[in-house]
Design a protein around this ligand. Structure first.
Ligand code: LLP
Length: 474
């Protein structure tokens, strides 16, 4: 939990010093700040060689600032770890629900990762980025896995057109795909089957149950029926199995257990004549939002999972399947910060001091939705010691719109730049226009260069879809 003890002598600079505890080859998901975070001669926070105050002057406020180096490092660490520890084929696919936009797809693709998409919109975004990069239709098909517990007919047809692998979630989808497959006849539809493995994760503990109350995937008790059905459909090319057990997980054991359980199911497929050569263990590795968070490194996580799967395969005398992982948060989460401009202040004597910023729950819905904790610094006062405990409030008409409670900060002034760390995953992707706030811009920073990757919405954007029926004007 967040300590309410003031750390009076600490400054943003002290915070940065201890933020990256790993020496040598830091794992981005263990770092409290983007890997390139520095303090410059103006005593200002710099990310990717760009001064946060200057970025806000140039691109406006609030602003998502995405550090290319951190994102690329995380992608590389996943790939390199699988290459070193797993003796079969492997593929890392980015769970694009964490943040889907053309620039991120193109960076992640250029690092050799594929994509998990969960809607027609994410599929379309990924498709457009890969086409623009010059990928062939065959390459695109190989890179994309399409998820979802209620895919529409339209979405399924788009997926078939793209030729990507469809991760089948339920009976209706299985039957719909069979019908669609019979209509085309010329080629088979690549699928994985999603199962609910009965491993339920909480952040620091997990339980295994026979049945799991989840809206996703087939109940493993139905495995025989599903395998029987799939083995009888010549239009379906069932390549393997998928499961995802949760997000922001710090323990390693659940994913290792998952690898073992799923290997048993792969083996079971043999009884039905199915050659299940792909094993997708989902995503879920956590990141460090605060000093109390202690996730394993990417390297350590991949090592544990790889060893567990190989061991289980050896004991079942199964060839090593293509092992797929689909991380989202641990790829992009620590790579981004959000810069806000500080505005009003309200002091309630002996109770609390509120400092308000120019965004809030519309650009970061995670505190109000999940009571998520974040760390902040004042970008233009990095060496100034913290002298007060303040609560950072958003500007929405909702009392719960609080970004960070009880944060120790130096004395601030309106116009100062407040930076919230770790906002790359599920911030932009879950942003809304609540109170008709235009969604912020996002910039990509590297080596002192900043490029706009998402434009700031305008008021005109806000009314673009509105229609005013003529009869209302009379
Ligand atoms: N694969 C599947 C099937 C998933 O459902 C998810 C996340 C992932 C992969 C990626 O998980 P990650 O590596 O990012 O933990 N909005 C919530 C998180 C929801 C996660 C949903 N599924 C949050 O802001 O914490």
């Amino acid at each position: 939990m967040l300590s309410t003890e003031p750390r009076k002598s600490h400054s943003g600079k002290d915070y940065l010093k201890k933020a990256n505890l790993e020496q040598g080859k830091p794992s981005p998901n263990q770092s409290l700040v983007p890997l390139t975070a520095k303090i410059n001669h103006r005593d200002c926070l710099e990310i990717g060689g760009c001064d946060l105050k200057t970025l806000i002057e140039q691109f406006g406020s609030p602003l998502y600032v995405l550090d290319e180096i951190t994102l690329r490092t995380a992608c590389r660490q996943y790939r390199e770890a699988f290459n070193s520890y797993y003796q079969g084929n492997s593929q890392v696919i980015y769970a694009s629900k964490a943040w889907s936009c053309l620039a991120i797809v193109s960076i992640v693709a250029s690092e050799g990762l594929g994509f998990d998409v969960v809607s027609g919109g994410e599929l379309y975004t990924t498709l457009k980025a890969l086409e623009t990069m010059g990928y062939t239709p065959e390459q695109i098909a190989q890179q994309i896995y399409f998820h979802g517990n209620n895919k529409s007919l339209e979405e399924l047809k788009l997926a078939l057109e793209v030729g990507c692998t469809i991760i089948v979630d339920n009976w209706l989808e299985l039957e719909t795909l069979t019908q669609l497959g019979k209509q085309t006849e010329t080629k088979t539809i690549p699928i994985l089957l999603r199962l609910t493995p009965g491993i339920e994760c909480h952040t620091h503990e997990y339980i295994r149950t026979g049945h799991l109350d989840s809206k996703f995937g087939f109940d493993p008790n139905q495995l025989d029926a599903v395998f029987t059905y799939v083995s009888q459909q010549s239009c379906l090319d069932c390549r393997g199995l998928h499961a995802h057990i949760g997000s922001q997980i710090f323990e390693e054991q659940p994913h290792q257990d998952l690898g073992e359980v799923m290997t048993e199911w792969l083996k079971k497929g043999q009884n039905y004549g199915l050659v299940l050569s792909e094993l997708n263990i989902g995503g879920g590795l956590g990141i460090r939002y605060t000093e109390d968070d202690d996730p394993p490194s990417i390297d350590q996580w991949v090592k544990g999972v790889s060893q567990a799967v190989m061991k289980a395969c050896d004991s079942h005398q199964l060839p090593y399947p293509k092992l797929i992982a689909e991380p989202g948060r641990s790829l992009v989460g620590s790579a981004c910060v959000t810069g806000y401009t500080i505005g009003s202040r309200k002091e309630i004597p002996e109770l609390r001091t509120y400092i308000a910023v120019d965004g809030g729950m519309s650009d970061n819905p995670r505190p109000i939705t999940y009571q998520s904790l974040y760390r902040v610094v004042v970008a233009n006062r990095m060496s100034e010691p913290s002298t007060e405990t303040v609560t950072i409030a958003g500007k929405h008409c909702e009392s719960g719109d609080i970004l960070v409670k009880n944060s120790q900060l130096p004395q601030t002034q309106p116009g100062d730049i407040l930076v919230v760390m770790g906002t790359g995953a599920y911030n932009h992707s879950m942003a809304s226009n609540y109170n008709r706030l235009p969604r912020p811009a996002a910039v990509l920073v590297k080596d002192g260069e900043a490029n706009l990757i998402v434009e700031r919405e305008t008021y005109d954007d806000l009314i673009r879809q509105d229609q005013l029926p003529e009869r209302l004007l009379s």
